[in-house]
Ligand binder design. Structure first.
Ligand SMILES: Nc1ncnc2c1ncn2[C@@H]1O[C@H](COP(=O)(O)OP(=O)(O)OP(=O)(O)O)[C@@H](O)[C@H]1O
Length: 245
């Protein structure tokens, strides 16, 4: 699987947010989308998901745009939103069943994977609960289970670590590495830069809807002229406007 954004500009009705954004995620790669609040990370994700349409530029998965084959494009992506999103009247089990139905993946492999994830996230005895009665972290774990149980080529997680306890963060890092090892690709937007630096192969640093630097850590270091800097040091320099291209 390869996801490509080619010179994408876009936003909300008349409000242009993204300007000429280009990047690529290849099979088995983790890409971290990084930027200040309001930089355009979620907006980028909404364009990839097809919830927003670019004003110009192109987004492809395996060289197909969403308009070529909506259903095939959509089924390649599993998505965990920034805010847990669920039906108030459905139980945890019913949510997982619904996702399996939508993705046409109600099979033993998916059910076993769901079981493993629920156990890891300590939710295996909560299948009959309504998620509205869960804590925020438990709701996030439900969303993660629903996405990670699927065998999609591309996993997109908006702020994966927010709201999770340290054990769950550790588990999620392991799960993302598992996806990577099995040849899946992961796009995550995050403010937790130490985790991003450890997990990601590629970084895209967004500022006011534009890509300020991108590539692997060494390439990003070269772009900003900080050969030994951590991702956090680079990010702070960019965020404070101390780097001009
Ligand atoms: N539904 C919307 N309608 C209009 N403008 C929006 C909408 N959602 C976001 N924006 C604007 O788009 C810009 C980018 O927002 P976005 O949510 O993509 O940022 P982000 O990088 O994900 O930020 P955060 O780190 O706070 O989640 C902001 O200026 C925001 O006000």
């Amino acid at each position: 699987m390869s996801l490509k954004l080619l010179h994408v500009s876009g936003g909300y009705s008349n409000l242009l947010i993204l300007r000429d954004v280009s990047f690529e995620i290849k099979k088995g790669e983790v890409l971290a989308l990084i930027g200040l609040n309001g930089a355009g990370k979620s907006t980028t994700i909404k364009h990839i998901l097809g919830l927003l349409t670019p004003v110009s530029g192109k987004i492809t998965i395996d060289d197909q745009t969403i308009s070529n084959d909506f259903s095939a494009y959509e089924k390649k992506i599993a998505y965990v939103p920034e805010q847990p999103d669920f039906y108030r009247q459905l139980t945890l089990q019913e949510h997982l069943d619904l996702v399996m139905e939508v993705y046409r993946s109600d099979d033993d492999k998916t059910r076993n994977e769901a079981k493993r994830l629920l156990k890891m996230f300590r939710l295996e005895d909560k299948l009959d609960w309504l998620p509205v009665h869960f804590s925020k972290g438990m709701q996030q774990k439900m969303m993660l289970t629903a996405a990670l149980m699927l065998d999609c080529e591309l996993l997109i997680i908006d702020e994966p670590f927010v709201g999770l306890d340290p054990v769950a963060i550790d588990d999620l890092i392991k799960l993302i590495n598992e996806k990577k090892k099995s040849g899946k690709s992961v796009l995550m937007s995050t403010h937790i830069l130490a985790n991003a630096q450890n997990l990601a192969d590629q970084f895209v640093l967004l500022n006011q809807g534009r890509v300020q630097a991108q590539g692997n850590l060494d390439e990003v270091r070269q772009t900003v002229g900080m050969p030994k800097a951590s991702l956090e040091e680079i990010y702070l320099k960019l965020a404070k406007g101390e780097f001009k291209q």
